[in-house]
Structures are given as C-alpha cells and as structure tokens.
Design a protein around this ligand. Structure first.
Ligand code: GDP
Ligand code: MG
Ligand code: ZN
Length: 279
C-alpha cells in the first residue's frame, strides 16, 4: 500500500517523510530516481511504502528551486535587514525576480528596523509603499502576528543574506523551536553559516523552511523575457514595442514612466544590472 506524504528533511540519504500531518517516517529512496535524474528535495510530495520505508514515487512539482533545493513552495519570505548586513536593493530585487520567475509568491520582511536611523526609516516607508503598489506584500519582523496570519496553511521558505535574521524570525514564530542564530562577525562583516540542513518545520498553522543565506546569486540562467516579466510594474505598462528591452528604444513606455518618476530608480537600475549579467 502506498501512502502520500511530504519530504520534510534530507540528511545523508535519509528522507524524513511527514504523513497526515502527524507521523514521520525515515525513508530511503529507490535508485530509479537517480537514473531518471530526479533528485527528491525537501517539499516534494511523495508516495511511500510504509512497510519497507521506501519512497516509491515523486509526484509532480508545482515549482522547484535549486538554491535552496526545495519544491512546491507557496511563499518565499525575503528577509531583508536594514543594517548589518546593510540593505541591498539590488539583492532584494534579484530575489524578487528569481522567486517570481519560479512561480512562487515573493513577500518582503524588513528586519533590524531598530538599528535604523529616522532618515532610513523614512526611506523604508517609501520603499514599502512602492513595493506594495506593484503588488508585493511587505511585513516587518516586529509585527509577527500579521505575518503569521498571511502565511497560514502555506508552505513557506525564507531567503536572504546570511545574518539578516531568518532563523531568529522562525524562532519567534514558535517558542519551542530553538534554531541556532549567530551574530555577524564584525571584523569580516560577514555572517557565519549556522543553518546547514534544509528542513521543514511543521508549526501549528503553517510549514516553514529555514535555509542558509546566500549573498551571491546568479540570474544569468534566465532569459531576457523572464526577467522583463518578473518586473510587475513593466508588465502593467504594456510597452508598445513587442521586443523592447526598455533600455534605449525610442517611445518606450517604461523609460518614459521612469523619467516621469513613476518607476523607482533603484528598481530600474536593478533591471539594467540583471540584463547586463545576461551578456
Ligand atoms: N537588532 C536586531 N538584531 C536582530 C534582528 N533580527 C535578528 N537579529 C540578530 O542578527 C543576528 C543574525 O540572525 P540570524 O537569525 O542568525 O540570521 P540568519 O543568518 O539570516 O539566520 C543574530 O545575532 C540575531 O540576534 C532584529 O530585528 N534586530
Ligand atoms: Mg540562519
Ligand atoms: Zn520598452
């Protein structure tokens, strides 16, 4: 008899599969997955044989991310600190694009607002309004209940720079969790990777995955069209030119609206830097 479940953890060849939201089975995977070039990942819906404790089938994926290796994600929380590590709008926009291209909903979560100056907070308010205006939800790690409500019943992953506060946020979701968090090494200005294994934490209302942070991510494996379409504000404008790259074409709607101040300068600059990476 085959039973359906979801992979919550993979640790040196052992796949932990959650069935019916309450029973965990430690399973192995059949060799045929390796031959079919399917590598089961955390978040995969699978069929297991509960007697042999073997994964027999990996069911079709809704989406799949390579880094972190996860599948079937509903929402990716982009954990974005204002200070230490400093805010990088290029990285934020890059994560938004990659997540959008992979058919996952990006959600911004500001952290370390307590370390920001008045002026910086004002800037954050402006950014929040802009991102909301293009259809992206924005939260912060102080108003945790609002965020909890939004991700109810979803499979959620966190992403963002090392040291941004991902594990700290997940710990606040549930006091029983005690994920290791690390202070940023001040001399290097770089965080220490404390999260090594990708694992789904099954909390009362939702499932969440902690991941090691990453600072350098590659957008060059995507196409120009995919990158263009990942900018909601460009799509809405419907530039009249079919193949417009929105860089220097005459009569381009995107360039015009940017010059009129309707498109955030940093967003447009992020876009330019991404398509530069394609070359
Ligand atoms: N001041 C301040 N520190 C925070 C906040 N969130 C997390 N931290 C600290 O930032 C450091 C890195 O956090 P951690 O959760 O390990 O980051 P991760 O690498 O993204 O998982 C830890 O020392 C946390 O205590 C915040 O909102 N404000
Ligand atoms: Mg962490
Ligand atoms: Zn254009």
């Amino acid at each position: 008899m085959l039973t359906k479940g979801i992979i919550t953890k993979i640790n040196s060849g052992t796949y932990t599969v959650l069935v019916d939201d309450n029973i965990y089975y430690d399973c192995s995977a059949r060799g045929k997955f390796r031959n079919n070039k399917i590598t089961p990942v955390v978040g995969d819906k699978v069929e297991i044989n509960t007697e042999d404790k073997v994964i027999e089938n990996v069911l079709e994926r809704k989406n799949y991310l390579l880094r972190p290796p996860v599948a079937n994600i509903d929402i990716a929380l982009i954990i974005t600190s204002i200070k230490s590590p400093n805010l990088s709008l290029t990285l934020l926009d890059k994560l938004i694009s990659i997540i959008t291209i992979n058919k996952i909903e990006p959600v911004i979560v500001w952290t370390k607002l307590d370390l920001a100056s008045k002026k910086e907070l004002k800037e954050i308010n402006k950014l929040t309004k802009y991102y909301e205006s293009i259809g992206i939800r924005v939260f912060n790690n102080k108003k945790i209940n609002k965020l909890k409500k939004y991700i109810k019943k979803k499979l959620v992953t966190v992403c963002g720079q090392t040291g941004a506060g991902k594990s700290t946020l997940i710990n606040r979701f549930d006091k029983k969790l005690n994920l290791e968090t690390k202070e940023i090494s001040t001399s290097l200005g770089r965080g220490v990777h404390t999260t090594r294994i990708v694992e789904i934490y099954n909390l009362n209302d939702f499932n969440i995955i902690d991941t090691p942070g990453f600072s350098a991510i590659d957008i060059s494996s995507y196409s120009l069209d995919e990158i263009k379409n990942s900018f909601n504000e460009f799509k809405r404008l419907k530039c009249q030119w079919n193949n417009c790259s929105h860089v220097k074409e005459k009569g381009c709607q995107v360039i015009q609206k940017k010059n009129e101040g309707y498109i955030l300068e940093s967003r447009y600059n992020s876009y330019l830097s991404f398509i530069e990476e394609l070359k």
